[in-house]
Design a protein around this ligand. Structure first.
Ligand SMILES: Cc1ncc(COP(=O)(O)O)c(C=O)c1O
Length: 388
C-alpha cells in the first residue's frame, strides 16, 4: 500500500479524545460509570429523546429493542435486505422471522408502499433502516405500524445527525431507535451503540437486560454507597457500554456538527464533480430528509458507464483509492437463503449490482475527493468486459 493510498474510511480522533481516554484510564473507573451516564444524558438531549441506554454495539441495541417490545418466537418482522447483517441477525436471535420488503430503486431505502402487502397476522414489528444516513419515510411507517399495532425499531446506525422533516432521527421516538458508534461511523467509539426511546418500560427493561438482567443500579455495586446485594430479574446479556468508550463518545458528540460540516462540504464536491458523468447516478435524495448524515456516499454505475461496477472498483484500487459496497443484500448470503421465500427483491438486487461507496469521512481532504472524481471522470473509452 503506498503512502498515497486513500482509504475508504478513517476515524477522526483528536488530542481531546486521546486526553479524555487517558483521564478515564487514570480515574480508576473503567467499566460502566459516570462517563457512560453522562454520554447517555447528552445523547438523549442531542437527539431529543427521553431515555438513552448506551450499549457495546448497535447490534446489541437492535436485539434489546425487539426483546423489550416482546417480539419473539414465531413472530414476523418486516425489514429491508439492503442493510448490514446485524439488522436481520437480531430478528433471528429473538426467534422471529425476517420478511424482506424491496427498496425504492432511486434511494435504496425500504419502499414504504410495499410494506402493507407483507403484513400477516404474525407480523409484530418493522425494522426500517435509515440507509446511508438518509431518513426513511417515518410518517408513513408509523401510520402503518399504528394501523396494525406493530412495534417500530429504527436502525439508525448511519443516521446520527439525520433529520426527518426538521427533527432529528430519535426525536420523540414512538418506538426505539438504535445508533452505531462502530469505528467507521460518523460518531466513532471503536465499538458502541445507543438505544433511545420515550417509553419508560422499554428503557427500564433495556437497562436491566444489558447487564445480565441485574436489578437496577447494580452497575454501581463497587462504588461509594453501592450495595453488594443484587438480584437477577431475568437472564440477560452483557451488552453495556463502558467508560473508555463513553469518553470517546462525549468528545465525538461535542464535535459532531463540525465533523458533519466537513462531510457535507466533501459531498458537495462529489456531487458537483460527478453530476454530469454519463452512467454515474447518485443516490436520490428524498424531500423529507432535511439533514442527511452522509454516512455513505453511494454512486450507481449503470450500463452507460464505460466500466462495470466491479471494473471501476478495481480501477480505483489500482489508483490507490479504497472503496466499498453497502451492502451485499442480506437475503443473498448463505445464512439467510431460507428467508428469500416469495420475496420479490428485484430493486434490491439491481441496486447491489450497481453500487460503490466512495471514500467519505471528516478527516478526508478535498484534494483526495478531487483525485477520486478525476479518476472516475477520466475514464472515457474503456469497453465493458462481458459479464461471465
Ligand atoms: C445498517 C446497520 N445496522 C446495524 C449495524 C451494526 O452496528 P454495530 O457494528 O454497532 O453493531 C451496522 C454496522 O455497520 C449497520 O451498517
Amino acid at each position: 500500500m503506498s503512502d498515497n493510498f486513500i482509504p475508504y474510511c478513517l476515524p477522526d480522533i483528536t488530542e481531546a479524545e486521546i486526553r479524555d481516554v487517558i483521564d478515564t484510564l487514570q480515574s480508576g473507573w473503567l467499566a460502566k460509570g459516570p462517563k457512560t451516564l453522562e454520554f447517555e444524558a447528552k445523547f438523549a438531549k442531542y437527539v431529543g429523546a427521553k431515555y438513552a441506554v448506551a450499549m457495546n454495539s448497535c447490534t446489541a441495541a437492535l436485539h434489546i429493542a425487539l426483546i423489550a417490545a416482546g417480539v419473539g418466537k414465531g413472530d414476523e418482522v418486516i425489514t429491508t435486505s439492503m442493510t448490514f447483517a446485524a439488522s436481520v441477525n437480531t430478528i433471528l436471535h429473538v426467534g422471529a422471522k425476517p420478511v424482506f420488503v424491496d427498496i425504492d430503486p432511486n434511494t435504496g431505502l425500504i419502499d414504504v408502499n410495499k410494506i402493507e402487502e407483507k403484513i400477516t397476522d404474525k407480523t409484530k414489528a418493522i425494522v426500517p433502516v435509515h440507509y446511508a444516513g438518509q431518513a426513511c419515510d417515518l410518517d408513513k411507517i408509523y401510520d402503518i405500524a399504528n394501523k396494525y399495532d406493530l412495534f417500530v425499531s429504527e436502525d439508525a446506525a448511519h443516521a446520527i445527525y439525520t433529520e426527518y422533516k426538521g427533527n432529528r432521527i430519535g426525536h420523540k421516538p414512538q418506538g426505539a431507535v438504535s445508533y452505531s458508534f462502530y469505528a467507521t461511523k460518523n460518531l466513532a467509539t471503536g465499538e458502541g451503540g445507543m438505544l433511545v426511546t420515550d417509553d419508560i418500560n422499554i428503557a427500564q427493561k433495556a437497562r436491566v437486560l444489558i447487564t445480565h438482567g441485574m436489578s437496577k443500579n447494580a452497575w454501581n455495586r463497587y462504588g461509594k454507597g453501592g450495595s453488594w446485594m443484587y438480584d437477577i430479574e431475568e437472564p440477560g446479556y452483557k451488552y453495556n457500554m463502558f467508560d473508555i468508550q463513553a469518553a470517546l463518545g462525549l468528545n465525538q458528540l461535542a464535535r459532531l456538527e463540525d465533523m458533519q460540516y466537513k462531510r457535507e462540504s466533501l459531498v458537495s464536491l462529489y456531487k458537483q464533480g460527478l453530476k454530469d458523468v454519463e452512467g454515474i447516478v447518485l443516490q436520490e435524495e428524498n424531500e423529507y430528509t432535511t439533514k442527511h448524515a452522509w454516512h455513505l456516499f453511494i454512486i450507481r454505475v449503470t450500463e452507460e458507464f464505460p466500466l462495470t461496477r466491479d471494473e471501476l472498483i478495481d480501477h480505483l484500487a489500482e489508483k490507490d483509492i479504497g472503496t466499498s459496497v453497502h451492502f451485499i443484500p442480506v437475503h443473498l448470503m448463505s445464512a439467510y437463503n431460507e428467508y428469500k421465500y416469495n420475496s420479490n427483491l428485484k430493486n434490491t438486487e439491481k441496486w447491489f449490482e450497481e453500487i460503490i461507496s466512495l471514500p467519505l469521512y471528516s478527516s478526508l481532504s478535498p484534494s483526495s475527493v478531487n483525485k477520486v472524481i478525476n479518476n472516475i471522470t477520466s475514464i472515457k473509452n474503456k469497453k465493458r468486459l462481458q459479464k461471465a
